[in-house]
Design a protein around this ligand. Structure first.
Ligand code: GDP
Length: 323
């Protein structure tokens, strides 16, 4: 393949969908060139443990210990803790494997001892051999909640316990307005070596919106003066996985690339859409976002690398990347 890609890169992402592109970029770029700003709106306290599902999904993926079947949790996992908990009548709707459990127990201990979520994430990543930098979006707690016919639901209640079945009429990011963005982000945005900001094909409303809801974050991203490239999570007008399309319908949005472009309007310069959605390109362009059509389905590592490279080349085309 062509020349080495230089500079630093920032990726905003959620969990499983975001981790796919994070892996492509992590493996494509020189070690340490990628910083991933990860959604923590899904974080919650369960069984007395502080759990950061998106952060752990990205960390396990980049450390190559993720379960390749599910895309979350650890490979070669065992479930003795869950089985024992079940026999005792404990809560087992949120699956915590034995190896995964160590992450949550150790995170909870360190947070109780006064470490920040950022410090815990950095040390875990160093120990697991992750070269990229993973930043929780904020060290303060933010909780995504969904309004349904039965009232407001906590994110994991909706997403895991109820399998995203309830109809959603509104989404809220409790605490986001007071949660300072990760300070390392501002230092990175001021770094002249930063080439582009990439927004993963994560769920805009559940994974990216909590990040954008942090005070000053949107303006800081725009103010960096570098290309902002978002990738659509829809292929052929449908989600690859999860409730993105269902949620869009319930929120009264157009379930196509234009619906995604409208979310990123004023922030993204480019929206990458799949060949299957190429007919949407004029509608995206009409929203002042340049559409870029390529293959966006990431089944294999090669697919992840190819999309990562396509995104980096798009940034280079915007004339800001050292060649
Ligand atoms: P979650 O936090 O685990 O739900 O994961 P994300 O929010 O990061 O990603 C969920 C989104 O990723 C869904 O809307 C999927 O449609 C999208 N997604 C998953 N795999 C792919 C893929 O290979 N290509 C594209 N374009 N989108 C994907």
């Amino acid at each position: 393949m062509s020349a080495t890609i230089t500079g630093k890169w920032l990726l905003l992402c959620g969990g499983i969908g975001g981790a796919k592109l994070a892996l492509g970029l992590d493996r494509l770029l020189p070690p340490g060139a990628l910083t991933v700003l990860v959604n923590t709106g899904d974080d919650f306290t369960h069984l007395g443990l502080r759990i950061s599902p998106d952060l752990d999904t990205v960390m396990y993926t980049l450390a190559d210990v993720v379960d390749p079947e599910t895309g979350w949790g650890r490979r070669d996992e065992t479930w003795q803790f869950m089985e024992a908990l079940d026999r005792l009548g404990g809560e087992v709707w949120f699956r915590l494997g034995d190896r995964d459990l160590a992450t949550h127990v150790e995170r909870t201990r360190r947070l109780a001892a006064g470490e920040t979520p950022s410090a815990v994430a950095a040390d875990f990543c160093a120990r697991l051999g992750v070269a990229s930098r993973l930043l929780p979006m904020s060290d303060a707690a933010v909780a995504t909640r969904l309004r349904t016919a039965t009232g407001w639901l906590d994110f994991q209640d909706y997403f895991v316990r109820l399998r995203a079945a309830p109809v959603v009429s509104a989404v809220d990011y409790a605490g986001a307005g007071q949660a300072a963005p990760n300070p390392a982000l501002f230092a990175l945005l001021a770094d002249p070596e930063l080439s582009a900001i990439v927004i993963a094909p994560s769920n805009p409303w559940l994974s990216i919106a909590p990040i954008l809801a942090l005070p000053g974050l949107r303006d800081a991203l725009r103010g960096a003066g570098i290309p902002v490239i978002a990738i659509s999570p829809l292929i052929g007008g449908a989600a690859v996985k999860g409730p993105t399309a269902k949620l869009m319908t319930e929120l009264g949005l157009e379930v196509n690339s234009a619906g995604i472009a409208r979310f990123y309007r004023g922030l993204a310069d480019v929206l990458v859409i799949d060949h299957a959605d190429s007919a949407d390109a004029p509608a995206v362009a009409a929203l002042d976002i340049r559409p870029a059509v390529t293959a966006t389905l990431m089944r294999t590592l090669e697919d992840r690398l190819a999309l990562a490279r396509a995104v980096c080349e798009l940034a280079a085309c915007r004339g800001r990347v050292a060649s």
